[in-house]
Design a protein around this ligand. Structure first.
Ligand SMILES: NC(=O)c1ccc[n+]([C@@H]2O[C@H](COP(=O)([O-])OP(=O)(O)OC[C@H]3O[C@@H](n4cnc5c(N)ncnc54)[C@H](OP(=O)(O)O)[C@@H]3O)[C@@H](O)[C@H]2O)c1
Length: 271
């Protein structure tokens, strides 16, 4: 069984990889990164200190780069059972999320849209045939495929292809009570709309899939580090805790859940 984790270098992406490996020890995990992390498998020694089996360097905001990723996945693995995207941007070295509309900077706004929205849509565009192939093989499991070393149902147990993106509750329009963070909120709302739209399309063309947006809860990573001061200790999760929650959510999904926005504890959030 093959699971693609986009943004596997991030705090949450890396922890999800570890949790998946704990849960399904012989799963094959493919991680995308912008630059190979020091922990990546070293081709000359095979030494390995992370949960990712195959690292692929990809610019997930670039159409041609994601097309090449999908071709590589097709050549090397033939199909992908699940895609989990944990890429995201909240602040940069130069820019913090905007407290007021006066702080809007077009470049930062567009960077948020580029990093928080485009990867999921490009991954959906180019990985759809790989998920469809997994769907066909899962339906025919028991037939010798020659490629499946782990049961195709090992994660969800029900033949679903999960396409999950780590979004954020602040992207909910209905839940927006505090305001602020214009670029991040707008980009996560756009991401959520993209995922909802994809779920509707795939109900026709890939009905065994489940497309969801996930809210991880405030998690102790580089992304949230500048904003943790007022978060009560019990509401600040370690990446491992968040990953445990999110993997449990993903494992519970069926196609009936497609088009949902789901929090770490399983709560259905308003869009
Ligand atoms: N942490 C929280 O409290 C929290 C709360 C709500 C939602 N989230 C969401 O959870 C997701 C994961 O966040 P995190 O907390 O794990 O943050 P993180 O540790 O900063 O990880 C962010 C990931 O996104 C990747 N990334 C950033 N810019 C990119 C770009 N231009 N192209 C490709 N990849 C890029 C990073 O790659 P590099 O390693 O190469 O930089 C890294 O893998 C994000 O979508 C975030 O919005 C987090």
């Amino acid at each position: 069984m093959y699971i693609l984790i986009a943004g596997a270098t991030g705090g949450i992406g890396r922890a999800i990889a570890h949790r998946l490996k704990q849960t399904i020890p012989d799963v094959t995990l493919i991680g995308t990164c912008r630059q190979l992390p020091a922990s990546a498998t070293l081709p000359d020694t095979g030494a390995k200190s992370d949960a990712i089996d195959h690292w692929l360097v990809v610019d997930l905001t670039d159409d041609a780069s994601v097309a090449t990723l999908a071709q590589t996945l097709s050549d090397q693995f033939g199909y992908i059972n699940h895609v989990i995207n944990a890429v995201g941007l909240l602040h940069t070295a130069d820019q913090q999320p905007e407290k007021t509309v006066q702080k809007i900077e077009p470049d930062f706004f567009l960077q948020n849209m580029q990093v928080n929205v485009l990867p999921s849509l490009l991954l959906a565009r180019y990985c759809a045939p790989l998920l469809k192939q997994a769907s066909r093989l899962t339906a025919g499991e028991g037939v010798q495929t020659g490629k499946a070393s782990t049961p195709m149902n090992a994660l969800t147990g029900n033949g679903t292809q999960v396409f999950a993106t780590v979004s954020a509750k602040v992207g909910s329009i209905e839940d927006n009570r505090l305001g602020g963070w214009y670029s991040y909120r707008s980009s996560k709302a756009a991401l959520n709309m993209g995922l909802k739209t994809l779920s509707i399309e795939w109900q026709r063309t890939l009905p065994s899939a489940c497309v969801v947006a996930l809210h991880p809860g405030t998690t102790d990573t580089a992304l949230s580090a500048p904003f943790q001061a007022r978060v009560p200790a019990e509401q600040l999760f370690s990446p491992a805790k968040t990953a445990q929650y999110l993997v449990d959510v993903v494992a519970s999904l069926t196609p009936k859940d497609t088009g949902s926005f789901i929090a770490f504890d399983g709560e259905r959030l308003p869009w």
